[in-house]
Ligand binder design. Structure first.
Ligand code: NAI
Ligand code: MG
Length: 351
């Protein structure tokens, strides 16, 4: 029996509801398959913590998290009481940056029983590999002068290491999936960094002759995700492009409440962090009606990462059985509360 040590950070708002719900599901999968168990240590780091202590986590918070096998996070943010830049940068982004979680993995697929806003969705199932540490989201730049002379400069940073790492991860992932990688580029408009990105994509592609590689300009790619999402397997993009494309992924699945994400450390020095795409949804927090599927699918990504893809695949199948049976929270057009959905998943895993 191997016991994984998981740092659980429910955070704010609906994070406090969907994290415990997802952990019950995770325990049920582990018990069903056997051989592994989870030990959770819960940390109350959040906006409440900030209002009591003046910081989002203790000074030695990162040192505490370092030794865990993985971090399982709900959502951070309580904008009515703490400004978002304080809460997000004080916890979430601090963990992503310090723990070198350079890859953000965001799958999207058509679920049985869910309604996509696409009129005739074909059976799509793709993963976006988003570079998570540099690119357009850099702090390099500044502003100068006032009035008509005012000027702002923001520099995008593309290192060979960061670019290669994201692209290589995408090729390796495609090798375990349907063998296709599409690179999001914009080398017709961004004339330095994107040709560099394209060059690295070609170089890494040459090492993977078994993978079908192609590039598409990100604007066209955004349209294709609406008109023919079923043609994609793995999509790799820079920080900004990946961010935008994954919101399209969440939208065509039927809603942000089911979209999962993984922040992966691929150099093995620090733990990875698993968190859904959605935020703390303050307007429905405390009502017990949040959709737990985003957090539960995120638990599946954690199982995959820990090397238990069989359990992850089984879990996702059971989640789809439940949506197909019509048991859905309000955001998906149903009326089931959070725990009714998660406990039905647990019940089916125990059956
Ligand atoms: P949000 O994702 O919290 O909510 C957007 C919309 O989706 C709302 O209508 C909400 O009710 C709905 N929604 C989200 N998740 C849902 C779920 N599981 N079930 C049912 N409905 C769901 O984004 P918003 O409103 O922009 O941000 C709220 C707070 O969350 C802010 O403080 C923001 O900074 C923070 N945030 C945190 C993130 C994180 O921790 N990774 C990511 C995004 C936002
Ligand atoms: Mg986004």
């Amino acid at each position: 029996m191997h016991t994984y040590r998981i740092a659980a950070i429910p955070g704010d708002g609906i994070g406090k509801e969907v994290v415990p719900a997802a952990l019950e599901v995770l325990d049920a999968v582990a018990a069903l398959h056997g051989g592994i168990a989870f030990r959770y240590d819960a940390f109350p780091w959040s906006c409440d913590y900030y209002l009591a202590h003046g910081k989002m986590m203790p000074d030695d918070g990162l040192r505490t998290l370092r030794d865990y096998d993985a971090i399982f996070l709900g959502a951070v943010g309580d904008p009515a009481r703490v400004p978002d830049h304080v809460s997000l940068w004080g916890l979430l982004i601090a963990i992503r940056r310090e723990f070198e979680q350079a890859i953000n993995l965001r799958p999207a697929k058509l679920f049985r029983g869910l309604e996509s806003p696409l009129r005739r969705p074909n059976d799509f199932d793709f993963v976006v590999v988003r570079e998570n540490s540099e690119g357009e989201y850099s702090e390099i730049g500044g502003r100068i002068h006032k009035g008509a002379d005012e000027l702002a400069v923001q520099s995008a940073i593309f290192t060979r290491r960061g670019t290669e790492q994201a692209i290589r991860y995408a090729f390796e992932l495609a090798g375990k999936r349907r063998g296709r990688v599409t690179s999001a580029t914009k080398s017709n408009g961004i004339v330095h960094s994107m040709p560099f990105w394209d060059q690295v994509f070609r170089e890494v592609g040459a090492e993977h002759p078994d993978i079908a590689a192609s590039s598409a300009h990100v604007d066209a790619l955004a349209a294709f995700l609406v008109t023919k999402p079923e043609t994609f397997d793995v999509i790799v993009g820079s920080n900004l492009f990946g961010d935008i494309l994954t919101d399209i992924g969440a939208a065509i699945m039927g809603g942000i409440g089911i979209a999962p994400a993984a922040n992966l450390n691929v150099n093995g020095k620090y733990p990875s962090m698993f968190e859904p795409v959605h935020g703390s949804a303050p307007e429905i927090a405390g009502l017990g009606i949040a959709n737990p599927i985003g957090q539960i699918w995120t638990a599946k990504l954690m199982l995959d990462h820990l090397g238990h893809q069989d359990m992850g695949a089984h879990l996702l199948q059971v989640v789809e059985d439940v949506t197909e049976a019509g048991l859905k929270t309000r955001d998906l057009g149903g009326s089931a509360p959070t725990l009714e959905v998660s406990r039905e998943i647990v019940r089916r895993l125990q059956r």
